[in-house]
Design a protein around this ligand. Structure first.
Ligand code: SF4
Length: 703
């Protein structure tokens, strides 16, 4: 864009934080970001939340990496509390690109030659673009030679995707969140949109004002309770009991849509049998919701003409996360609430590009567009596209990689823009694994906690410094444009991946992300009719898109599901207890998540001045009653202990938290919540149980 009176230059892009995908305009003076404004994107209609408005000065933070770094000899691979990321020279020395890339790729290559392809693994990033995700998984698959590639989808919606793939044949939402404005009833469960999808929350509020009935099902309260006609709190971890009771009522009272079930589904008989004994009376004792309330929720959802279900990590981050999502899918299928405007199933995706990174194949069991690696016909298409044989063996997931390092099976890693030393469960175990790696290459903006374990750190590009596409929770593919120069010797991520690939002998010659996008269009049907030129012109196109001159489908599966015979499948689920139930010794439920102001492990937002000023310190949130019982006043220090570790942090009263629970955000390195969390995995999605661990609370010894 051209200048106006308030700034010299404007550049249109997308917010780099959450999966809502708000479109924005950077205002730039003298190559520095002056301020950011929302613009009229399909997911935000000019709105931005506090992160999108104030979350950008991390790009010019003094600790920003501007040169490649190489680990000094003799420095132990462990977190050093005295280490200062703004002055890393106690542990690392600067290098030029040629030397750093040579050491980075050389170390990985040596391991591959000595130990075989499976001794290497890569974590890509849901914060990078589609093109970068594509190149990263291509490097691992064609250069490293295995499918050991994953990213943080494993920690957020892997279980939802597993259930959606199984039951519907597609891992993305069936309808955008804007469809809530058309719905009569909206269920929000295991999500807290006012905190985690703030601009989406504004549309839920608007829907409520227009008469949409909002029903919230969650162990915790939340800001949207004020807009809900029913807000039902249930026992943490008892999701399946509650959902099966809802299904039981819908079946027992004949509220299901037989015509829809006959035309579009299979397996309803098995579902009926499986919930036959899940009466509201029987399930009430497990889920803590009265039978009358269960009946009321079931009737309101089933009797609505149009209804939607939205869910978040409260559903997915359990050892029964896939079962939770299966139940929600069953509810929608039984009532015929998909495939029409105002109906649908919508897992609210977390990171700005977790949908796109997953679509692009940053997943160990599937190639791009969710093509199973074991299917020889589908694999052959990619072998032809990339002119290389590919492994047919599914690779390791995020937590499995850490276990494989401990077992001596994985010895070298390339980590792009992710921070497992903060984001993995049971950090003591995960950090010890990172410390055991023979060779670790980290590509990031800062010396993150993970980068402190690296042999080589490659200085990458921040979102406002590069071009690329991202895909939001609504399946809207959007174009991000470069607005700022790269600092120092930092480089675009696609360029760095290509340099590593070429040192693996791959001979890549991409000149621009646009070239990568063109290759993706050859391998991914989901990008049909979505050209780079179109995105440059229109900024956003929804997939699937039937023609060049159509905007793409907001609501999918009106006629058929992408499964054999076009039928969706009911997948019954049985209630299972949490992996680590509370007991006498550890009587309190620990649950973790995000805050409005801080993003994930805090590497960006804690370096954004306004955001850090709003939430400057690690807090543990619990009810006034619980604090009183512990003899701790708000603002005093509290220690939380689990079987895996202990952290001490400031106590905060939050009456949305039920008694018997403590909530801790995981953004704070000085009191890392994930030192406490349970690494037990959902067997299908391989997602850890971040939402439930047994803990004990104590008043901290005053320092
Ligand atoms: Fe950015 Fe999400 Fe906030 Fe929109 S709602 S401004 S995408 S963080």
């Amino acid at each position: 864009g051209q200048g106006d009176s308030q700034s010299q230059r404007q550049v249109d892009s997308v917010c780099p934080y959450c999966g809502v995908g708000c479109q924005l305009t950077y205002h730039i003076n003298d190559d520095a970001l002056a301020y950011v404004e929302g613009r009229n994107g399909p997911a935000n209609q000019n709105r931005l939340c506090v992160k999108g408005r104030f979350g950008f000065d991390y790009v010019s933070h003094p600790a920003r990496l501007t040169k490649p770094l190489i680990r000094l000899p003799g420095i132990p691979k462990a977190l050093d509390p005295t280490f200062d990321p703004a002055n890393p020279f106690s542990h690392f020395r600067e290098a030029n690109w040629d030397e750093a890339l040579g050491i980075a790729a050389g170390g990985l290559m040596t391991i591959k030659q000595a130990q075989g392809p499976k001794a290497l693994a890569g974590f890509g990033s849901a914060k990078c673009s589609n093109e970068e995700a594509w190149l990263f998984q291509k490097l691992v698959r064609t250069g490293f030679g295995s499918n050991n590639v994953d990213h943080c989808t494993r920690l957020c919606h892997a279980s939802s995707v597993a259930a959606l793939m199984e039951c519907l044949g597609s891992g993305a939402v069936t309808a955008s969140f804007m469809q809530a404005l058309e719905a009569d009833v909206v269920i929000l469960t295991g999500c807290n949109p006012a905190v985690n999808h703030p601009v989406a929350a504004t549309f839920f509020k608007q829907a409520a004002k227009q008469g949409t009935e909002i029903i919230i099902l969650d162990p915790r309260g939340q800001a949207l309770d004020a807009y809900a006609s029913m807000s039902v709190r249930f026992t943490p971890g008892a999701d399946v009991s509650l959902f099966n009771a809802l299904l039981h009522v819908i079946i027992a009272e004949g509220l299901y849509d037989q015509a829809y079930i006959d035309a579009h589904t299979e397996g309803f008989g098995a579902l009926k049998l499986s919930v036959a004994h899940s009466t509201p009376e029987a399930m009430s004792a497990l889920c803590g919701v009265s039978p009358d309330t269960i009946r009321e929720v079931a009737r309101r959802y089933a009797n609505a003409e149009k209804a939607m279900i939205f869910w978040g990590m409260g559903i997915s981050q359990h050892t029964h996360g896939t079962d939770n999502a299966r139940c929600l899918i069953s509810l929608a299928l039984a009532c015929g609430h998909t495939g029409r405007p105002g109906t649908g199933l919508h897992p609210l995706r977390g990171q700005n590009n977790v949908q796109g990174a997953s679509d692009a194949g940053l997943i160990p069991m599937v190639l791009p567009d969710y093509q199973p690696v074991g299917d020889s016909q589908l694999r052959a298409a990619f072998e032809a596209l990339w002119n290389t044989p590919l492994s047919n063996e599914p690779g390791l997931t995020v937590v499995e990689v850490m276990n494989a390092i401990h077992a001596g099976e994985v010895r070298g890693m390339y980590i792009l823009g992710e921070n497992p030393a903060m984001s993995d469960p049971d950090l003591t175990h995960a950090r010890a694994a990172l410390g055991k790696l023979e060779h670790l290459v980290v590509q990031d903006l800062f010396v993150t906690e993970t980068a402190q374990f690296a042999d080589v750190i490659l200085p990458a590009s921040a979102w406002p410094e590069k071009e690329g596409t991202v895909t939001n929770t609504n399946r809207q593919v959007q174009l991000g444009r470069a607005a700022l120069p790269l600092p120092g010797d930092a480089k675009p991520d696609w360029w760095i991946i290509q340099e590593i690939a070429n040192r693996f002998g791959l001979n890549w010659r991409y000149q621009h992300p646009q070239d990568v996008f063109a290759e993706m269009q050859q391998g991914m049907h989901s990008f049909n009719h979505i050209s780079w030129e179109r995105l440059a012109r229109e900024s956003s196109v929804t997939y699937p898109c039937p023609a060049e001159d159509e905007p793409g489908q907001d609501v999918v599966f009106s006629d058929a599901f992408p499964r054999a015979g076009g039928l969706a499948k009911f997948a019954p689920a049985r209630p299972l207890p949490p992996d680590e139930p509370v007991d006498h010794e550890y009587p309190t439920v620990l649950t973790t998540g995000r805050q409005l102001e801080h993003w994930h492990t805090g590497s960006m937002t804690r370096r954004a001045q306004v955001l850090d000023a709003l939430e400057p310190e690690a807090v543990a949130c619990l009810s006034a009653g619980e604090l009183h019982r512990l003899g701790v006043s708000p603002g005093e220090k509290l220690t939380i202990i689990t079987r895996r570790g202990a952290i001490t942090l400031t106590a905060r009263v939050d009456d949305k938290i039920p008694n018997g629970m403590v909530f801790v955000p995981f953004a704070y390195a000085e009191a890392a919540a994930n030192l406490l969390t349970n690494p037990a995995l959902d067997p299908y999605g391989k997602i850890p149980e971040f939402k439930y661990a047994a803990c004990r609370l104590e008043r901290a010894a005053v320092p």
